[in-house]
Design a protein around this ligand. Structure first.
Ligand code: AP5
Ligand code: MG
Length: 207
């Protein structure tokens, strides 16, 4: 199945994508994770992307479209993919339709006022990349899944989160109409427990 997860920062796209990909046996392609890895390695893409990612702006379309085009041509995408965080502009969505059009787009809806707490409290594991909220952690430095070191993303500061939300509403939310017109959009309430959100997504996908 070819899937896209759409939704504001902190909606739970990454949390849910990990679960759905395991179930459907398709690769989880998070453009945010790819960019953070490129920045950490200092690759040419990472150098171009760094200032945009750290300020909460969008990395230029051409950089993202090329990165996703290459990734979707890899062998593990023959049975489908789950794109998390791409497309984020109408131009990216038009390009994706030409590369490999998604069959379903899952819009994970959470109201803005819930997102600030989710994002300022997020911790990510450096080893296994799993994501947690501090309210569910006994020790906010150690990953409960693998014992790795937990860290806070640079763009999870209150000022940068505000910018990311503004960017989402002005540049990415128009994709809701774009995919509604193509009859591929399903909207799921992301403001429930993670298990309930997973069930709602699987039901919406007919799985
Ligand atoms: P990206 O990494 O994609 O960030 P984002 O869209 O801002 O989304 P997040 O990863 O912050 O949130 P999420 O929805 O994955 O939530 P999560 O599951 O972690 O992009 C980062 C940057 O890269 C962008 O700002 C941009 O600069 C650049 N970029 C990436 N793609 C691009 C593109 N296509 N074009 C241009 N630039 C691009 O959960 C969040 C928190 O909530 C966690 O603490 C989690 O534990 C908690 N949580 C999850 N589910 C629940 C629940 N059901 N109830 C309560 N808490 C929950
Ligand atoms: Mg994410």
């Amino acid at each position: 199945m070819k899937l896209v997860f759409l939704g504001p920062p902190g909606a739970g796209k990454g949390t849910q994508a990990a679960r759905i990909c395991e179930k459907l046996e398709i690769p989880h392609i998070s453009t945010g994770d790819m960019l953070r890895s490129a920045i950490a390695k200092g690759t040419p893409t990472g150098l171009k992307a760094k200032s945009y990612v750290e300020s909460g702006g969008l990395v230029p379309d051409e950089v993202l479209i090329e990165m996703v085009r290459e990734r979707l041509h890899e062998a593990d995408c023959t049975n489908g993919y789950l794109l998390d965080g791409f497309p984020r502009t109408v131009h990216q969505a038009e390009a994706l339709n030409e590369i490999s059009a998604p069959e379903r787009v899952v819009n994970v809806y959470v109201a803005d006022e819930k997102l600030l707490d989710r994002l300022t409290g997020r911790r990510v594991c450096r080893s296994c990349a799993n994501t947690f909220h501090i309210s569910a952690l006994e020790n906010d430095k150690v990953c409960p899944d693998c014992g790795g070191e937990l860290y806070q993303r640079k763009d999870d500061s209150p000022e940068t989160i505000t910018n990311r939300l503004n960017v989402y509403h002005s540049q990415t939310a128009p994709l809701i109409d774009f995919y509604t017109a193509l009859n591929t959009l399903v909207t799921v309430d992301g403001d429930q427990t993670p298990d309930r959100v997973t069930s709602a997504i699987l039901t919406a996908l007919g799985c």
